[in-house]
Design a protein around this ligand. Structure first.
Ligand SMILES: C[S@@+](CC[C@H](N)C(=O)[O-])C[C@H]1O[C@@H](n2cnc3c(N)ncnc32)[C@H](O)[C@@H]1O
Length: 199
């Protein structure tokens, strides 16, 4: 059980032991640049937020942020890091939580998909599409690799396309220059737009 990254225990243990090799300790530059272009538009979900450095940036840019994590230890770490923005964090499971309103305008991705076992990636794609309004954006950093063991579980470009193309169009796809060492050279900034006619 402790080795199954689909369970909160797996992540609680790592936060408790402060073994967080994914934790950048800062906001990715690509997000700063995106926010400079898109400030203050709508409701953003940050699933699997962890320490959640991005929450402050998004909130201060005028987005209405809901940041969720199903690990109590992650939420505690996030609350400590976020101070006056701590109220934006919620203990909740991405696959089960009920929002106050039906659809988000955007979902931010960073080290969440690659934290999930590959067997539930189809559920992630379905849930992501269901949570976004038509025209809404899935934006952030995606980890590309074909490694056997994880997390992080890298994805292939064709595999991500197969998951998302039934409901999304890829509208931005850029290299990332400030990745942490664990992701360096294998991370890309992408923005996917939810189609009106998606499933
Ligand atoms: C690799 S960490 C990334 C944290 C953060 N996004 C970052 O970039 O630092 C993955 C996070 O996803 C959370 N997580 C995994 N599955 C989840 C789920 N089903 N619902 C909510 N959070 C989940 C874990 O608890 C963990 O905090």
């Amino acid at each position: 059980m402790a080795q199954d990254s689909s369970k909160p225990d797996f992540w609680d243990k790592r936060f408790r032991e402060k073994f967080m090799p994914w934790d950048a300790g800062r906001v990715p530059q690509s997000l700063e640049q995106f926010v400079a272009r898109h400030s203050g538009r709508g409701r953003v979900l940050v699933p699997g937020c962890g320490t959640g450095y991005e929450v402050r940036l998004l909130a201060e840019a005028g987005f209405e942020v809901t940041a969720i994590d199903f690990s109590e230890e992650a939420i505690e770490a996030g609350r400590r890091a976020l101070g006056s923005h701590a109220h934006l964090l919620r203990l909740a499971d991405f696959f089960r939580f009920e929002g106050d309103q039906p659809h988000f305008d955007a979902i931010y991705e960073r080290a969440f998909l690659c934290a999930l076992p590959r067997r539930i990636w189809g559920d992630w794609a379905t849930r992501t599409a269901a949570l976004l309004r038509p025209g809404g954006l899935l934006f952030g950093l995606f980890y590309f690799d074909n490694n056997a063991k994880g997390p992080p579980f890298g994805i292939g470009a064709a595999e991500l396309d197969a998951l998302l193309s039934p409901s999304f169009d890829l509208v931005e796809n850029e290299a990332v220059s400030d990745s942490i060492p664990a992701f360096a050279g294998r991370e890309r900034w992408q923005v996917w737009r939810r189609r009106d006619n998606g499933r």
